[in-house]
Structures are given as C-alpha cells and as structure tokens.
Ligand binder design. Structure first.
Ligand code: BDR
Ligand code: CA
Length: 311
C-alpha cells in the first residue's frame, strides 16, 4: 500500500526536484495534494511553480492548494538571490495550463489530516501552513504519523544568518509550534544536505535521460548551483529538499540521532536557530530524528532513476 503523504513547499529549484521525485513514485507514495507557501519567492510564484511541476510530471490531477502568503508573525523574507526571479529559473518549463484548487492550503491540511490516519506530512519550505494548521486544530496531530522536514542546521551553522537556515529563519514561530507539537519529526538539516552536492556528471546524467523532466532538472540545477558554489567554494550545490522524499523511499540511505530540538524565537542574533541537544545535555525526551549522514551516490542514483520514469 502506498504511504499517504502531503507535501508543503515553496518551489524553489530543489523543491521542484523533490516534487518530481514524489510524482515519479506512485507505487510508494500516495500524494494526496501539494500545498504552497511563501518562501523562496512570493506565494503566487511558488503556486505557479508547483502547478508547472505536476504538469511536467504528467500528473495534473494532483491538486495544488495555495496557502499563507507571509509568515505567522515576522515579515516575509525571500531568496531570489539563490533561486532567481521566478524561483525555478533554468527550468524552461511552459506556463501552467491548470489553476490552484479552490480553498486555502491550511484548510486542506486540516481536512486531509482529520480524514487520513497515518498521514506523513513533508515540508520543504517555511513551516507557516503547518504551524497555522496545528495552532488552529491541534487534534490533527493524532492522525499525523510523522513530519519529515528540510530545515535547520547545527554543526554546519546557518545559510541565511550565521545561526539560522532559511526555512526556519523565515518563520521561526511556526517552526516552534511544529517542534513542540509532540508529533514524531525527522529533520534534514544543512548538516546532511551539504553532503548531497550536484556535480557536472550528475547534472549531465539528468540531461542524458532525454525526457522533459530530466532536461528541466538539469537546467534548474545549472542555474541553482552558481550561488552555493560561489558562497561555499564547493564544486556543486546542496540539493536540499529531495532528501525529504528520498528518506521516505529509501530510509537506509540516511543516518542520524534522536535528539531534543528547540527553535530560537526571541533573540534577533540567533533568530530561527535549531538548537539540537546532540549530546543529551538536557533532561528532555527527544522530539526529532536529526539526520546527519547520507549515501550521496545512492541518493543521486535514486533521483536519476526515478526522474527517468517521467515524461
Ligand atoms: C532551503 O531553503 C530554500 O532555499 C531551499 O528550497 C531549501 O528548502 C535550504 O535552506
Ligand atoms: Ca524549499
């Protein structure tokens, strides 16, 4: 039986590749819907980009719901300097022919969770939609088996401020609600995503698939790489968000540790920091599986094989 999942996202080239991976894997993942949030670019664009990906994957029947257009408390911060003006610069994908589903993403998350015991929620962007849903209807937590999220960083530090990773920095109040909700969490922080780097050979492999999804992925990665290569002096860029979907498909590619994790919501200096009790220094029971190891060869192998199944 495929696992029922929701994906909450702010595409973003790496979000787009994560969506393609999930859309290419219907035998394992029953994608009940995609919800969008403001993050890498404003909501109108993240929604448009998600629609483009379901069409590119040949699965326009997967509903896309637009969600929150700004964080719960703080003003919106976007990242066009990483992702370009559209959020998926480089994709070269045609404009969507379909529209977002009627209704708000937060309502869709609440209704879907209430109707789906054993639901997995995947978040690839700021946690505004899920935080709002949990604040409004905390009982949905009873039906959510796990939340798998890309966000945070600990030993690796931050990528938006010295202390904070982008997804958590943009909406720390929402992240705080999610981390305190008592729902099993799996976190893919920068510590692991910075080991999943693109390379010329990997980009070429997407190109060589010869399908539209492979071409769009290669184009997006070529655009997306340039920022991180310059910033970190690496030969490729971290492919953050697809690690979330890969974890659901092949968890044995990853390793980590159960830890207590708290979100900084008050200090401006460290706002949005994910404070991980890696060494068990507090008396808190762990609330999160913090991933810090990946088999990057097999991760890219999985991505290339799955995207090869798409049109
Ligand atoms: C995260 O922020 C965004 O730029 C990416 O899409 C990813 O979700 C990495 O910090
Ligand atoms: Ca993202």
């Amino acid at each position: 039986m495929p696992r029922p999942i929701l994906i909450d996202t702010d595409p973003g080239q790496d979000d787009a590749v994560a969506l393609l991976l999930a859309l290419a894997s219907p035998a394992e993942l029953q994608l009940l819907g995609i919800t969008t949030v403001a993050g890498n670019v404003p909501l109108e664009l993240t929604t448009r980009n998600a629609l483009m990906m379901v069409e590119l994957a040949g699965r326009p029947q997967v509903a896309v719901y637009a969600g929150c257009d700004r964080p719960m408390v703080r003003p919106l911060v976007t990242a066009e300097y990483v992702h370009g003006k559209t959020g998926i610069d480089g994709a070269g994908t045609p404009a969507p022919t379909t529209e977002a589903a009627a209704g708000h993403a937060v309502d869709f998350i609440v209704q879907t969770a209430l109707a789906t015991p054993g639901l997995t929620v995947c978040t690839l962007g700021p946690l505004t939609n899920l935080g709002t849903a949990l604040e409004r209807s905390p009982e949905i937590g009873d039906n959510i088996e796990q939340i798998v999220l890309m966000g945070g960083g600990f030993f690796e530090g931050g990528n938006t401020t010295p202390a904070a990773e982008f997804n958590i920095y943009v909406d720390p109040q929402a992240a705080d609600i999610v981390f305190r909700a008592g729902i099993p969490l799996v976190m893919m922080p920068l510590d692991v995503t910075h080991q999943a780097l693109t390379s010329d050979a990997r980009v070429e492999a997407f190109k060589a698939l010869g399908n539209a999804a492979g071409g769009a992925t290669a184009g997006m990665l070529e655009f997306f790489e340039r920022y991180d290569m310059e910033r970190y002096g690496t030969r490729g860029a971290p492919l953050h968000d697809p690690t979330v979907i890969a974890y659901l498909l092949e968890p044995e590619l990853f390793g980590g540790r159960q830890c207590w994790v708290e979100i900084e919501t008050t200090s401006e200096l460290t706002m949005g920091m994910t404070v991980v009790d890696w060494w068990g220094l507090t008396n808190h029971e762990p609330n999160c599986l913090v991933i810090n190891q990946i088999d990057d060869e097999r991760f890219f192998g999985l991505l290339i094989e799955r995207l090869g199944r798409l049109p």
